[in-house]
Design a protein around this ligand. Sequence first.
Ligand SMILES: Cc1cc2nc3c(=O)[nH]c(=O)nc-3n(C[C@H](O)[C@H](O)[C@H](O)COP(=O)(O)OP(=O)(O)OC[C@H]3O[C@@H](n4cnc5c(N)ncnc54)[C@H](O)[C@@H]3O)c2cc1C
Length: 375
Amino acid sequence: MSRVVVIGGGYAGLACLIELAKKDRHLELHLIDAQADHCKITNLHKTFVKPIETFRVPYQQLAEQFKFNFHQQQLAFTLLDLKRWQEEKSLPLGEERLSFDWLVVSTGATSQLQATAADVVGLQSLRRGDGKTLLEKAIANYSGEKLELSLIGGGATGIQVLFELREVLRRKRIPHQLRLVDLNPRVVPHLPDGVPRYIVRKMRREGIDYLPETSYISQCDGQVQLQEQATGREYSLSSDLTLLFPGVAASPTTLETNAYGQVTSDGQELSHIFSAGDCSKFDSFGLNFLTAQAAVRKGKLVAGNILKLAQGEKPRSYRYQEKGYLISLGAFDAVGWVGLRCNLAKGFPANILKEAMESQYDLFLKGVDTYVGFP
Ligand SMILES: Cc1cc2nc3c(=O)[nH]c(=O)nc-3n(C[C@H](O)[C@H](O)[C@H](O)COP(=O)(O)OP(=O)(O)OC[C@H]3O[C@@H](n4cnc5c(N)ncnc54)[C@H](O)[C@@H]3O)c2cc1C
């Protein structure tokens, strides 16, 4: 019986495990993850309203459903370790070693800047479920006329958090001033022009200050320290809470792979070690963005390729092309594109589509795969 070990049970790791569990009942499957629960990260911006538990699924529950073994452990490793593990066909797990026939590394990405002060919220705070508490603390303690909030980062995550906050504060009738600080000259730079235009118009309408081409330096004692890119001028603004979403980077590092997902190092492939998700960069024309959409497709492809290789068949190249991208702008609005990049979707219909995508993933975790048209 072949043994497959997956490190990291996010979108990519679970997609791989679920596919393997469905396609070959004779495999022995193992998942190693630092956390006890799978986190549906694409919903984290909603945790200012809903409890984090809404978006967590215990790995033990998934392990029983899809018949894999779960080990809760944070593994520290480098590319050199992977090379050694490939030779030894095993990896360290606590005091023991876990042997494998195939290893999949899907450890995702982490925030480029960590929240260090008490009045700073970052990705890790949201993952822990602390967003709501930190916001409530800021609401209870602000001393000026208005609660002032600074959001750093005009990428998809930052924008989703910004409008979610706007809605929470409006609903609670808290006098507030929101500002968006972004290093780039335009928000969501990877999306078609109509998307940033829609977002900037909405920010203007809702009275949100927008500071493009401005970099964040620090947050200290209720003040956010900023720097104007064009002039180098440094200045500070009052900020009761600063939310840091400046982007993520692969964790622990970007793993280059061939077109089949096998990790490569100095042009040589580690034939029994695959990577998928945000930590992987496939050498193919398939989608390499750090998105859940790409992570699920890479995870499924890697599962299929492990099965093919185990049966002596040729693996398949990664060719998945993006089918669209939507950003939620609160509970009733969203913007993005669907099908073709020129096909803009906005408003309530776009929001419904976005929620349908979340439901599609929920179904996937229940064993119903509607990711049709793959690759
Ligand atoms: C707020 C927010 C909203 C987003 N919205 C969207 C969206 O609308 N659409 C979209 O397509 N994408 C979205 N994304 C991006 C998407 O969430 C990621 O691309 C996706 O989670 C990547 O999946 P992954 O499996 O590679 O990594 P993750 O889902 O991050 O999973 C990695 C797993 O590995 C584990 N792990 C990490 N290191 C170790 C280690 N050393 N040892 C053991 N375990 C480890 C972690 O605990 C985690 O469970 C959003 C991201 C955020 C933060």
